[in-house]
Design a protein around this ligand. Structure first.
Ligand SMILES: [Fe+2]
Length: 243
């Protein structure tokens, strides 16, 4: 499996606070059957100001430790991007090695609020698509407004956005409302990718297998496989896909 959304780099954002915690997350991921992880620290928001060089250095450092530990896992660079006017207007995104997934200049994981739907969301999707970028919108099932206004999800998909849900939403880790919403999305063909959005070895570990089991039960194994392997592989490699 490939996990395209995780906070696994140490001492960077609200992810692991030590290298040991990062390595513990890597071991959990390997045990779960994950072979590739995109590290997506928060960047350019008001709380975390993380630069590309630091992300690349930490990715290299962690890959080195993973290799030394004999784990079958590779970390790739990326970011959970808080969009701002500078990023869009100065066309920085495609020049950055981290602002698109694995620096592939194709897919961009956007940071998305849990409380509201930013009024400019549709303009942002339109603008990014016109720049040749496909936005990935994470964990909309955890958004209060979207839980009440699910129709907006189809609009985002029709405009070309990819919807990524969080594995723990399926298991009730965020409560009943996200769980109900994610199951509704699943049944209505509004889930493209399942990712962990892992933050720690304990509270939010990089585990996808439990969600895969639920998706397999609700839909089928082949669809579950697409959401954690096939589509994430295409996203990692910057290849477009039609569902
Ligand atoms: Fe995240």
């Amino acid at each position: 499996m490939i996990d395209i959304h995780s906070h696994i780099l140490p001492m960077l954002d609200d992810g692991p606070t030590t290298v040991q915690e990062s390595m513990e997350m890597c071991r959990i991921a390997v045990h779960d059957g994950i072979k590739k992880i995109v590290a997506t620290p928060h960047v350019e928001n008001s709380i975390f100001d993380v630069n590309a060089q630091t992300v690349l250095e930490k990715v290299n450092m962690l890959n080195q430790l993973i290799q030394e530990a004999g784990l079958d896992l590779t970390i790739y660079p990326g970011a959970e991007v808080h969009l701002n006017d500078r990023l869009i207007n100065e066309n920085i995104i495609k020049e950055s090695p981290i602002l698109t997934i694995n620096g592939n200049k194709t897919y961009i994981l956007l940071e998305f609020s849990f409380q509201w739907i930013p009024t400019e969301t549709e303009q942002v999707i339109f603008k990014l698509k016109s720049m040749g970028l496909t936005p990935i919108l994470p964990h909309l099932e955890r958004n209060n407004r979207i839980q009440e206004n699910r129709a907006v999800l189809q609009r985002f998909v029709d405009m070309g956005a990819i919807l990524q849900v969080t594995a723990q939403s399926f298991t009730g880790g965020f409560g009943n409302a996200p769980r109900k919403c994610v199951l509704w999305m699943l049944k209505n063909n509004l889930v493209h990718v399942v990712a962990s959005d892992a933050h720690s070895p304990v509270n939010r570990p990089p585990i996808l297998s439990q969600a895969v089991k639920i998706v397999s039960d609700v839909l089928d194994e082949e669809t579950a496989h697409k959401m954690v392997s096939e589509y994430p592989k295409m996203i990692l490699e910057g290849i477009s896909f039609d569902r």
